[in-house]
Design a binder for this molecule. Sequence first.
Ligand code: PLP
Length: 379
Amino acid sequence: MISKARLKQLAEKFGTPLLVIDHDELRKNYRMFRKYLPRVQPYFAVKAGADPAVVRTLFKEGSSFDVASMPEFDLVYDNIKKMPAKKRQQWIWDKIIYANPIKPIETLTELDQYKPLVTFDNLDEIEKIAEHAPRAGLVLRLKVSNTGAMVELSSKFGATSGEAVDLILEADRRGLVVEGVSFHVGSQTTNYQNYVEALNLTADIYAEAKSRGYTKMNLVDIGGGFPAPYDSTVRPFKELARIINSEIKRLFPKEIEILAEPGRFFVATAGYAVSKIIGKSVRDGKPSYYLNDGVYHTYSGQIFDHAKYPVKAFKRGKTKLSAVFGPTCDALDVISMAEDLPDLNRGEFVYSEMIGAYTYASATTFNGFSPATVVHVNE
Ligand SMILES: Cc1ncc(COP(=O)(O)O)c(C=O)c1O
């Protein structure tokens, strides 16, 4: 937890817009995940917060990584290849899964040398992998229920349970090895039943594959979706972990490796944004503040991630319902039309907490405004 005074000091020192990443918080989140899900090896989903320092800190803790593009693969590979690995992480599969079910041919050609672990969910992808990355290990991505998730993912990816085993057998027929099954219950999932259903569906796929003669699967990848504690409606992680642990124990023998791909859960609470008021007006009777950060930048999660990051003032005082805008000329660049803020002046700083996931990772340079400077503390 970074104090308001520290945030202000950092903004004065480094300028704004500023994104502060607290590595104590990264470590705390990682350790909580391991403590409550001891059988699950986390592969941090780099897309949630692609940053070399974040990768290094999580690797030192023992994390593996989920990448979804070649630049993400390189970011992880380049940052961990010289670092001493934990005993259990000697092999590229122990460190990286390429978890984008659709891969360009150029990517497969480049990946093949690493004998990577990659996901797939359709026949065309099997053909591509067989031709361009025959040394890959495959993981079938299954379509599962995303009900109650903040971000729905199942409309884009995942084989249905009806086609899953046919695809596994087809990959086998073409000389590929399917190592296991993966799923994603949707990001920021607060409906914990999604995990239960997905694990049971996965166990059914395992049973069907076995009954049809395929016995090479040895891993289950339970994906991401673990919710960040944005507000009090999110039930404690401990509760979710208890549900997952009991289902895993019931459904999968000890030899089956369990992987997960948490993104948001590790980085959301580690990020703080500090920006400056660059303009002020009264619109429709409402105080309106223009910041040097907005939805094309650190607050991009409000568009892409359907998240909301309350804007807070450093000073106290009687509050009024206010509007907060980003710096670009686009009318979409609205952070909030209803924020309770005291009377603020041009040049003053404001801040947002829990803004570390899918925020600076999706910031643009639209309208010529640079993304926030990233500063790491407690590294
Ligand atoms: C394949 C895959 N794995 C993991 C994640 C990370 O999800 P989360 O941030 O919800 O943990 C995502 C997010 O989109 C994803 O697409």
